[in-house]
Every structure is written in structure tokens, then in C-alpha cells.
Design a protein around this ligand. Structure first.
Ligand code: HEC
Length: 151
């Protein structure tokens, strides 16, 4: 019997992501085997030059700058609410670490190849996020806009 291999693999990945989501939603029982090799989306800092950042209160002027950049460079694929070519970003700061978001903006190709959460997103959206060549400062401005949007 021959299977349609790529479609089969995508289906399998979708099932695995669904299982992962379900298992992340449940509190681990004491004594239950843990899976340290599986990075939890809540802690995943992603892969790239951004290792650790500390955020202060939201800076409205920086968020305004980020909004302009978002409209120019991200809105072709992302909306705040609702799926588009990419995931909705209005509450992304609630499901991802700031480091993950910055690394995704600055280093999307490596992220979708090596980071387990980003790999799962690529399997779901089937379109690679193309690098937008933002400076780190511009990426931080977009992050500020997304933090403000999530309030
Ligand atoms: C060509 C379309 C495209 C553009 C332009 C784009 N993205 Fe993406 N983005 C995607 C896709 C598709 C994904 C899901 C991962 C994948 O398939 O590569 C994604 C994933 C993400 C994620 C992770 C979302 C999550 O749920 O964890 C973030 C954050 C993100 N993009 C931010 C941005 C920002 C900010 C910009 C603008 C600087 C941008 N993207 C530009 C298509 C795009």
C-alpha cells in the first residue's frame, strides 16, 4: 500500500501538535514522567541572538513606532485577530516569551527549522515566514506594539 507521504506527515504533525497542546494544558501530576526534551511554549526563548531581555512598563511612543513597522512589514501576513497567512498576533505576548517573539522576527528561518514550537507553526501554516530584515531596535518596537495590543 502506498501512502501520500507528505500529506500523511502533515496530518501526523497536526495530530502531534494537538496532543502537545492538550498535554501542555494539563498540570503535571506529581510523579508523572516529565519530558524535559520537549520545550514548553511558555518558556521557549527560541533560537537566535536574543537570549534574555527584561521588559519595563509599556512605552507608548515606542509602541506607536512599532505599529508603523507592523503595518509596513507584517500586516501582509498577520492580523491581530484571526488567522491569515500567519498566526494572529494580538495576544502572542501572552503565549510566547519576548525572546521567542524577537527571535522569530529576527531569525525566522532558523526558528522554523530548529525550534520545536516554530517547527509546529510551520507544519500548521505551511508557509515559511520570510525574514523582514528588521534591526533589533525595530523588532523591539514591534514587540512593544504587540504588548500594547494584548492589553
Ligand atoms: C510572508 C508572510 C509573513 C510575514 C511578512 C511575516 N510573518 Fe510572521 N509568521 C508567518 C507564518 C506563516 C508564521 C508561522 C510560522 C511559519 O510558518 O513560518 C509566522 C509566525 C510568526 C510569529 C510566531 C507566532 C506564534 O504564534 O508564536 C511571530 C511572533 C511573527 N510571525 C511575527 C511577525 C512579525 C512581527 C512580522 C513583521 C516584522 C512578521 N511576522 C512578518 C508569516 C509571515
Amino acid at each position: 500500500m502506498k501512502r501520500n507521504a507528505p500529506a500523511f506527515r502533515v496530518a501526523l504533525l497536526k495530530i502531534l501538535s494537538a496532543l502537545l497542546l492538550i498535554s501542555c494544558g494539563q498540570k503535571q501530576e506529581a510523579g508523572a514522567p516529565s519530558q524535559p526534551e520537549q520545550a514548553s511554549p511558555e518558556q521557549d526563548k527560541g533560537i537566535g541572538r536574543v537570549r534574555e531581555i527584561h521588559l519595563g512598563p509599556i512605552d507608548p511612543a515606542l509602541a506607536e513606532k512599532g505599529k508603523v513597522i507592523f503595518t509596513a512589514k507584517c500586516s501582509a501576513c498577520h492580523k491581530l485577530e484571526g488567522r491569515y497567512a500567519g498566526p494572529p498576533l494580538g495576544t502572542v505576548t501572552k503565549r510566547r516569551t519576548p525572546e521567542f517573539i524577537l527571535n522569530m522576527i529576527l531569525n525566522p528561518s532558523e526558528m522554523t527549522q530548529k525550534d520545536p514550537v516554530a517547527q509546529r507553526l510551520l507544519a500548521e501554516y505551511l508557509t515559511p515566514m520570510t525574514p523582514q530584515n528588521l534591526s533589533e531596535d525595530d523588532a523591539k518596537a514591534v514587540l512593544e506594539y504587540l504588548r500594547q495590543a494584548a492589553q
